[in-house]
Ligand binder design. Structure first.
Ligand code: AMP
Length: 306
């Protein structure tokens, strides 16, 4: 069984979509990645930080999903990272209303001793120096490092971000962020420019329009499942990343061919995430739900050409 280290935020989110509004609910990149990856046969730890205001029930829920939470530091006198966002009517774009780093501002991640030799590392969205510090703590070179990031870090820590991007195998990023990072409109050209920064594989997420996987001159396109109801896209990108790396950890095959399947798994898991607010749908997802949806993906994309 492959071991997986996941670093990212464990957070409070307040979300507004055309369908409603939430108060502070459970969120965070590492939360979504972990919940998604927990559906695969691997051994994962979450490395993150929360404040004394973080309810124990959320930590218990993550443990119940068989995620190791010994790498989540609780700063009793601190406050948990808080993010608030408002989605536009198309649900594909959003405005960030608040990002309060709180305990994340001076977070020194500590990878649990028993995970320092993990085969896979998922650098979820947070400060690039924290992402780099996790890589520095690994005692043996991971077989695969995947990095996710967002425009916030491009705006406030670009140099540090470019330094950590150099050290990863796969980057997952959304279309808008790929354009911001490279200054290129064409996603094909943007992916080529990202190859020059270090990663050999580039995954560009396009929200309800699916995802693209680039490697050398190869491109693979995965659709997003057309859904009747999308309530809240928050965490879909992280859920996608969790499904992607979870599947790779389970299959222990990091080839381009297998990454194509991983992208479909990631897309299938992300399609559940958006059906309810916050983590609710992901907390109650069953294996049979995933299997049925993978089947839908298959029928959606199969066709014959004579
Ligand atoms: P996604 O919708 O996949 O981009 O992820 C949304 C999650 O990312 C939310 O649950 C937030 O708590 C978290 N998040 C938002 N902004 C940041 C940030 N600047 N750094 C790390 N995590 C963030």
């Amino acid at each position: 069984m492959n071991k997986l280290v996941i670093v990212g935020t464990v957070a409070f989110d307040a979300i507004e979509t055309p369908f409603g509004k939430t108060d502070k609910i459970l969120g965070g990149a590492a939360t979504y990645i972990g919940l998604s990856a927990s559906h695969f046969n691997q051994d994962a730890t979450l490395v993150s930080v929360v404040g004394g205001d973080f309810p124990q029930k959320h930590l218990d829920m993550l443990s119940e999903k068989k995620l190791d939470i010994s790498g989540i530091e609780v700063v009793k006198e601190g406050k948990t990272f808080f993010w608030s966002g408002k989605y536009h009517n198309d649900m594909n774009t959003r405005d960030t209303l608040a990002t309060e780093l709180n305990t994340l501002a001076d977070f020194n991640p500590v990878v649990p001793e028993s995970y320092k030799d993990a085969e896979l590392v998922m650098l979820g969205n947070l400060h690039p120096l924290v992402q780099a510090s996790v890589l520095d703590q690994m005692t043996s070179k991971p077989k695969l490092v995947v990095l996710d990031t967002m425009n916030f870090w491009m705006d406030c820590a670009l140099e540090e971000l470019l330094n950590v991007i150099k050290r990863v195998d796969v980057i997952t990023i959304n279309d808008e962020e790929a354009r911001q990072l490279t200054g290129e409109y064409s996603l094909v050209v943007a992916a080529r420019k990202i190859f020059e920064m270090g990663p050999q594989y580039v995954v560009i997420k396009k929200g309800e329009h699916g995802a693209l996987l680039f490697h050398k001159t190869h491109i693979f396109s995965a659709p997003a499942l057309p859904l009747e109801s999308v309530f809240d896209p928050t965490g879909a990108g992280d859920t996608f990343a969790g499904g992607f790396i979870g599947y790779l950890a389970q299959t222990e095959d990091f080839s381009f061919e297998n990454m194509k399947s991983a992208i479909i798994y990631g897309s299938a898991l992300a399609s559940f995430c958006v059906e309810k607010f916050g983590t609710e749908r992901m907390e109650h997802l069953e294996k049979t739900d995933i299997e049925a949806r993978l089947h839908q993906f298959k029928t959606l994309t199969q066709f014959k050409i004579d």
